[in-house]
Each structure stands twice: as structure tokens, then as C-alpha cells.
Design a protein around this ligand. Sequence first.
Ligand code: M6R
Length: 606
Amino acid sequence: MCGIIGISSHKSVSGNIISSLKKLEYRGYDSAGLATLYNGEINEVKSKGRVDELEQNFNLKDLKGNVGIGHVRWATHGIPNSVNAHPHSSENVSIVHNGIIENSTILKKFLINKGHKFKSQTDTEVIVHLITENLKELELEGAITKTLKQLHGSFALGIVFKDLPDLIVGARRGSPLAVGYGPNENYLGSDSYALKSMTNKISYLEDGEFCIIKKDHVSFFNDEGKKINKKILELSSNEKVYDKGDFKHFMAKEIEEQPITLKTGIKEYVDSINEDINIINFPWNINDIKSITLVGCGTAYHSCLMAKYWFEELTSLDVNIDIASEFRYRKNRFKSENLYIFVSQSGETADTYAALDLCKKNNMKTCAVVNVIESSIARDANFVLPIHCGPEIGVASTKAFLGQILILYILSLKLGYLKKDIKTEDYKKKIKELKNLPKLVEQTLLIDNEIQAISSTFNEAKGSMFLGRGFSFPIALEGALKLKELSYVHAEGYPAGEMKHGPLALIEEGMPVVVLAPRDNYYKKTISNMQEVIARGARVLLITNKSKDEVFSENVWEKIEVENTNDDLLPFLLTIPLQKLAYYSALKMGYDIDKPRNLAKSVTVE
Ligand code: M6R
């Protein structure tokens, strides 16, 4: 999704802007650009496609200037082309923008009546002209304060001015924005990750605030244009270089890293000696929590659904789950005895953040299960449970999913134990079995050959289905999401018991259907549902767990057996073949696996 970088320095900035934009590439984007101030002019270059193409299309070494802004764009208003790419500039002002301006149509009319000419189809261009207009009668701080008040929607902005050649203005509402401090230069970035290679000293803008960045000084202002002070935070500087190693794609590497993700999570939260779970500094009395609401988007939502099954199984808590984009606009009955848990890999997903913000404004108990601990969601929640899976670069979430469900499982076990909903011996037994999970995932990862052979059937089909019941249902949804986002093949996830109520009509001769039927409480029921789809011509790929008992697999097209463990932990193992199925299908089609079309890693617009 869109990313911003800005540098005000004592030396030329275009090289560092380009390398920072490359750091933002993992977010997913469709065009890129930058603008520098030099010799009393705004020099703007931009093009469709990747940052590499921008470098090929322009001689960026000749792009002089000690102050500049750069952007990678993920199209919202207007197709991805070089005209709609950012920066957008008037004669005096140049802007990069993340977010959406909801009243752009009204503002555009107003500005056209004032004589402003528009070049692009974007909502961003109105900001350029609005500031230009306001600067006619106000000095810088006043013009910015007035402009921000006129904008509806969400934004993170980086702005440079032809007549103010030593500074960059940054402003935030809704979309995150960070300021970095370096030697003889200061920075603006849409996330601290983009700035990490240059500095570990960071301040974050809050909603409504703006800043003026010069090479040797940064000032901050509130939404009334009054100067405010900001804390400088020091980020951990132990960032290791994260590359693909010997893997063809980040996704392949991240799938294989899952045993490490689990080992790290278990090490962090499980006290192996006492067979107990440590959730240090949990800020509430357990008796004050009667119910839980879990909120997320996409894969993170599937983690919430998975957790619902565990919380209901292991605790007496009432459990609700919600998709963040729905939660934030519904009439929620906020309850003080409810714990709101926000699940997100990036910690920057706009809808999830807005849902958290809503809870905060209603003084609710909030907890974040996140990967990026410097993220907005992590910073703003009352309590954070990091998943510690390291950077996840592939747009398709894999190790973060296993990391999220691990933490949620651990939390459900601990709360169940504290609430005396599970017996001590069961609690200890489950912890013991959990410690063995990384090993079982490692063994399950060795299924490449079987999966590779099957995967092309899914590409060749018109559509496919993923079925599961109970603990396997969220995994069926996740498997379908992985296949559709990577292979661009229609894939539906369904509770197997729901087929007769409509979806069975879709089954036709040869349609590939994945049935998740581990030997748990639902096994026999799922096998019956499987026979119903086989009877209608489906080619069933049955995924179950290893067992002494022969599986009832008559007329099954293919069968894959994952390792064996207790019912709670089987979802972890069932996920692995589905991730690999999606990976190999996309690989056969020659698709851009780490950056699937139209998608972004960090979804910072709603
Ligand atoms: O960063 P988040 O976990 O909040 O992201 C949520 C979704 O955008 C994300 O899980 C998305 O669905 C993935 N592309 C799925 O693989």
C-alpha cells in the first residue's frame, strides 16, 4: 500500500529516497515517484510500475536537491499510471499522500471555480491546490492548519514548497506517520521500518498533528497550529538483514520459517520448567473479564475465528469475533467487562486501527496481538502480545498466521486456567503437547512433492472449495484465501455442514474440493459431507492426520496426512499443506508470488 518518505539534509537526498522507497516495496504498490527542491524549482519524476522502472526511466543521479519527498502508490482514486502517481505538484507545492480524501469532489469544484487546473484523477491533487490557495493569504503554519481542517477522510502527508527550500511538512490523520532524527538530516516516513536503515530515533505524529522538518530541527504542532513537544523514542537497532536466502520467494522462506516462529513464541510465553504460561504484566484482574471480542481483517480475521473455537472450548468466556471494517461502523454495545483483542501482522491496518481507536474512545480494555511492535496498533492498545515472527515480506500472510494463532491459543489456555475452567492436569498436559508443536510442523513441511503434483489441478479448474468443520473451518477459509490471492483462482471456504444449504449446487464433475477431516470430534460428520460432494462429481483432496486406523477414503482423488497431535493443535498442521498448495499453484502459473496483483502488504486505507 502507499508509502511515504521525506528527507531534509545537508547533502543530496535522491539516492536515499530511492533506497527508502525500496524498503517500502514490500507493502505492494503500482507506481512510484519523487520530488526534490533545487535551484528554486520543484523537480518531479514519477512513473507507473516499480521503483526499478523509475530508476531506469530517469537519470536520478542528476536529480539534485537537499530536500525531497518520495512515494510508492497503491491506486485508490484513478488508475495506476504516471499522471496519477505521486508526488502531485502545483507551481509552488508538491505533495505525497497516503489515505483517502472523502470530500475531494466538492473541494475540486471549489478550486476549479478559483481557477486551479487539475492534471490527474486523484483525490490527492485537491490538497496541493488547497494549500496553494490558502498560502495566498496565510503564512505556512496557518495555511496548513486551515487546509487540514478542510479535508475529510484519512491522510498522511509529506509536503515541500518551492519558496521554502529547506523544509518538509508532515501531517497525519488516520494514516500513520513517523519522524526520524539523523546527523545533519531529519526524515519523514510512513512507517519506522522505512527509516530504520537511517536512524533508530523516532517520534510518531498523532491524529491531527503536523510537523515542520528541517535538516537540523523539527517542530511539532497540534490541530490548532499551536507548538507542542514530542518524545523521541529509541527503536531497537538489532535489525538483521532479511533476505530471501536460497529461496525463490519470501513466501517460500516464510512458510519454512514457521517452526522457528512457533519455537520463539513458545519460548517467550511458556515456562517449560513449571509447565505454566507467563503472560507478564497482564493489566486486568481476570474476574473483571467476562467476555472477549476479537477483531481483525483477512488472515488476521481467520485467526480471530480460530481463537473463538479455542476460547469457547477452554474457557467459560463469551466470545465474539468481528471483521474490523464492519465493527468500526456498527452500533456496538461497549461493555466494561469485555476484553477487545485486535489481531494484525502489520499493526497498521486502517480498519483494525480504527476499531481499536473506537474502543479506546469508549474506555474499553484493549489488547493487541501484533507482529510489528513499533506499529500504531501496538502503541495504542492497553496491552500488547507480540507474535515475534520477524519481518513478513510476502503479501500472503503465512508465518504471521501461525504466530497469531499460537499466541491466541496460549492466551485461551491461560485464561481458561486462571478462570478454573480447565483442570491443572489438563492445562499442564496441553502445555507439554504444545512444546512438541514446532517439531510436528517441521515434519509436516516435508510434503512438497505430494502438493506440487496436485497443485496444477486447482489452476486448471473454474473454481474450487475448501471445507472443514469445527476447528478446521477457520483453516478452510484461510486455505481458500491463500489460493485466491496467489493463484487468482476462485476458491470458496465453507463449513462442510453448510453445503446442502446452497453451495452444493456449485459442485460439478471434476471440481477440486479440499476437505479438511482430521480425526477429531467432527471427523465422521465431515467424512459424510465429503461423500456428498464426491457423489456429485467433486475431485476431493482429503487432508487428515496420521493414524493407525484406516481413513474411510473411498473415491477420494488424493489424500495427504499431516502429523498427529491433540485436537487443539491440529489446525496448525492442517494449515501447512494449504499454504504450499497456494504457493505451488501460483508458481506453476508464473505469478508474482510475493506481490500478488492488486494487493498490498499493509492496508493503510479503509
Ligand atoms: O497486517 P494485518 O494482519 O492487519 O493485515 C490484514 C490483512 O490485510 C492480511 O491478513 C491479508 O488478508 C493477507 N494478504 C492475507 O494473506
